[in-house]
Every structure is written in C-alpha cells, then in structure tokens.
Design a protein around this ligand. Structure first.
Ligand code: PEP
Length: 248
C-alpha cells in the first residue's frame, strides 16, 4: 500500500499562508511514491484549491446533514463545492471539545461519503485510559462504533491518534503503535473481510521529520496524520521524504 501523508492545519491559516500551501503542494508532486493531502480551515479551501491545482485539499469536519438550520456548521456538500476531496472526521479535539460521540462520527462519515469525499476517521485513547490498561478496548470500541458499514471501498481510512501524543511532542512507543495497528487491522478484517486489509491505518501524534521514518516503517502503519509539522513545507518535507524512501 502506498503511504498516505495528510496534514491537519487545525485552526491555523489565513490568506497570508496560501504560499505555504502552494509550497507543500509542490513538494507533494516531487514525492511521487506517496499519496498526500492537506486539511485546512474551511475559509481557505476554495482559494487553496485554485492555487495548488491537483494537490488534494480537505476539510477538518463535516456536518451529518447536507444542509439546514445548523448555524456555523459546514456540510460535506459545502466542502465538496469548495473543491475539497477529503475531510477529517472525529478528531479527538472535536470528540473532547464538541462532545462528538461515535454515533455522530459514524453519521458524519456517511455524510462525507454521500458528498463524494474521502474521510480520515480518527480514534485514540486518553492518557488515563492507557494508564488504566484500557487503550485497546477503548480504541476498538471506537472503531466498531464509529465506522460505517460501507467503510470499505477506498474512501475511508482510520487514523490512530493517542490523545496524549497529539501536539505534545510525546510519541507513542513503536511497540505500542504496532500492537494497536495490528488490533485495528484484525477488527477491520473481521468486519470487512479481505477489503479490511485495504483500509489504510494512519498514525498521528507528534509525528515529525525525526521520528517519521521509524513510525512509517512499522507494520500496518500506512501513513501519518500530522498537525504541527504540517504547518510549513520545511517541516513537512522530511516526513514526505521518509514515506517516499519506504516506497510501495
Ligand atoms: C493531529 O492534529 O492530528 C496531530 C497528530 O497533531 P500533532 O502532529 O501536532 O501531534
């Protein structure tokens, strides 16, 4: 499986940053063994798509409805209309701050698919859950409950992001990543059969140019979801290069 490297700009970026998006898009073209994309604030999507050409631009959430009385929300149709080809769903920052439940996330993933978007569906345990020995149980329950029945077919990938590793500089141990990704893979194969082998599982949580080569070489790590280190082309480049060197 080709590695998939996706940047998540979170609530960062204004028109002043369009040049950085263009630089990242140009870098992506140079790393032609790798699939890559950038998920940016909704306000920038249309201008970014115009500026970068073919490089995939995405959103960071979408509402479960296509339209209606949902002040401040953005639907899959709207993301697609603005030129997005993907969106993140169920990021832990939204699970925590917007109290998104697995059932919401499942409905959002279905809405993204209905709008023709690819989806990166995030799962991950908190530090308390890991320290209580519940990481596998929590994450596998999220996988079971938030993935739609129609998750196979190439439009969805799972991102395993331990909450305590996001934005903290603290990366999960390779053995723990290997264990979790293997468990997610087993769950995907149990539910989707051979198609479950094809669903990409990304790792996210303080991935950067120093640790990407080790993380991306682990079994069942099919790519990365990258926050802080995706904000500049200079930081994103070594991650793309690590993925390119692994190839496939
Ligand atoms: C993320 O936002 O999904 C993420 C993994 O952030 P960071 O790389 O900054 O930890």
């Amino acid at each position: 499986m080709r590695k998939y490297i996706v940047g998540n700009w979170k609530m960062n970026g204004t028109s002043n940053d369009l040049g950085e998006i263009v630089a990242i898009g140009a870098l992506a073209q140079l790393h032609n063994n790798v699939d890559s994309a950038l998920c940016i604030p909704a306000t920038l999507i249309e201008r970014a798509v115009t500026a970068v050409g073919a490089f995939p631009i995405g959103g960071q959430d979408c509402h479960m409805q296509a339209s209606g009385a949902h002040t401040g929300c953005v639907s899959g149709e709207m993301l697609s209309d603005a030129g997005s080809v993907l969106t993140i769903i169920g990021h832990s920052e939204r699970r925590a701050a917007q109290q998104e439940q697995d059932s919401d996330i499942r409905a959002k993933a279905e809405a993204a698919n209905a709008a023709g978007l690819k989806a990166i569906l995030c799962v991950g345990e908190t530090l308390e859950e890991r320290e209580a020995g519940k990481a596998l149980e929590i994450v596998l329950a999220q996988v079971t409950q938030s993935l739609p029945d129609a998750a196979a077919g190439g439009w969805l990938c799972v991102a395993y992001e331990p909450v305590w590793a996001i934005g903290t500089g603290r990366v999960a141990e390779p053995a723990d990543v290997t264990e979790m990704h293997a468990a997610i893979r087993r769950a995907l194969v149990e539910r989707f059969g051979a198609e479950g082998q094809k669903i990409r599982i990304l790792y996210g949580g303080s991935m950067n140019g120093d640790n990407a080569a080790v993380l991306l070489a682990l079994p069942n790590v099919d790519g990365g979801l990258i926050g802080g280190a995706s904000l500049t082309a200079a930081q994103f480049q070594p991650i793309l290069a690590a993925a390119q060197a692994i190839g496939k």
